[in-house]
Design a protein around this ligand. Structure first.
Ligand code: BEZ
Length: 389
């Protein structure tokens, strides 16, 4: 009898200590490691992602699941050679609860490797590296953006349906460029087209002249391209300056003209691109998002801002389900997997591999906007090749 009483008291005491520890953990500041490019060709993309993330946080009164947020920021410079060191500092030195990043596919793959090995939560707010939700997929890795395959594949379908037959491609030689072109080629060739030339240059090089001369000599029916950020601005301007815009229609995944129109001016007018966002969706959620973003930052939002906002939404959904306790990874994942995320792009859910299943829009540049033309590919799901989860 005495022993039972003693044991019960001990168990109660242990439970109290445990729940105090859990409360301390769940109740303290949530450390978010923001690893984004703040310099270089993708700097504007990193800033827009951070703005979007912070807009959601502000809407929640500055807290996620009752926890204040402390940001630890790293400029990853879109440099894969520095990525492993950068992410290890956030995980091992700063002990972040969650990693949010990044823009560049090569840097994101280094983040995914560390996240997978350490079990740290990772939410990718842009980088489309197919492997992140393919061969490297993991229960603690989520993406709020797209896979490189998705916009490329959708544009391949559109161009094949238009009856375009011979296409040259041009992009940076790294995962995002290679995988966008691969997605494009898969759909375009399935639809009866042929890729007659694949041109590329190293990231983030912008010396396009020799390649533009090659396009002029090849005379394809059209060109498909992936460029983004500062590189996309220069490419669109150089393409027009070379006189190619009038003779060989230019198409791209939507990064070509997103967040870039101010700088591209008339050289971008009329271009068709495919992406999971457009400037004129006209839904209540998008309208309120755009209004709030413009008010907060005196800027128009772009796809990167939307992805940052949705990365914060994913964190919010998961964290609320576990009462702010990031150690409950399986419950966190279950909540996110079951959720419909109320995005400005339109509601979406995550695939089994944790990549958005989403509509890819066909857009056309009209003044300073990527205007909605229609849906290029409905509820497009990345094939998640190599994902075992
Ligand atoms: C990427 O590296 O995955 C990427 C960079 C900018 C825009 C889109 C994708």
């Amino acid at each position: 009898m005495k022993t039972t009483l003693f044991r019960t008291t001990l168990i109660a005491a242990a439970a109290a200590v445990l729940s105090t520890a859990a409360f301390a953990q769940a109740g303290g500041k949530l450390k978010v490691g923001l690893m984004l490019p703040y310099t270089g060709t993708f700097a504007a993309l990193g800033n827009a992602i951070e703005n979007g993330f912070k807009l959601y946080l502000a809407e929640q009164g500055g807290k996620i699941a009752g926890r204040e947020v402390e940001f630890i920021k790293v400029d990853d410079e879109s440099d894969p050679s520095k990525a492993t060191d950068n992410v290890n500092k956030l995980v091992k030195r700063d002990n972040v609860d969650v990693l949010v990043g990044t823009v560049h596919s090569g840097v994101a793959m280094a983040m995914a490797k560390v996240a997978k090995e350490s079990g740290t939560l990772l939410i990718v707010p842009n980088a489309g590296a197919d492997a992140v939700t393919g061969a490297m997929c993991a229960p603690n890795i989520f993406r709020s953006s797209f896979s490189n395959w998705q916009p490329g594949y959708a544009m391949g379908e559109v161009m094949a349906k238009k009856g375009i037959k011979r296409v040259a491609t041009i992009t940076w030689k790294y995962a995002a460029g290679d995988e966008s072109v691969r997605g494009f080629k898969e759909a375009f060739e399935k639809g009866g087209g042929t890729v007659v030339k694949e041109l590329n240059l190293p990231f983030p090089n912008v010396e396009f002249q020799a390649l533009l001369t090659d396009i002029a000599a090849t005379k394809p029916d059209a060109v498909f391209t992936f460029f983004a950020g500062g590189g996309a601005v220069k490419f669109v301007k150089d393409y027009a300056a070379a006189g190619l815009k009038k003779t060989i229609p230019l198409y791209g995944s939507g990064f070509l003209t997103d967040g870039t129109l101010e700088a591209q001016g008339a050289d971008a007018e009329g271009l068709f691109t495919a992406l999971h966002y457009a400037d004129s969706l006209d839904t209540p959620k998008d309208k309120s998002f755009r209004l709030a973003y413009a008010k907060a930052y005196k800027l128009q939002p772009d796809v990167y801002a939307v992805q940052g906002y949705d990365a914060a939404q994913i964190l919010g959904i998961g964290l609320k389900a576990v009462n702010g306790d990031v150690s409950k990874k399986a419950e966190f994942a279950r909540a996110v997997e079951a959720a419909k995320i109320d995005s400005p792009r339109g509601a979406f859910s995550l695939s089994k591999a944790h990549n958005p299943v989403q509509d890819i829009y066909l857009r056309q540049v009209n003044g300073k906007e990527n205007k909605l033309v229609g849906i290029a590919s409905k509820s497009l799901t990345d094939p998640a090749r190599g994902c075992k989860m």
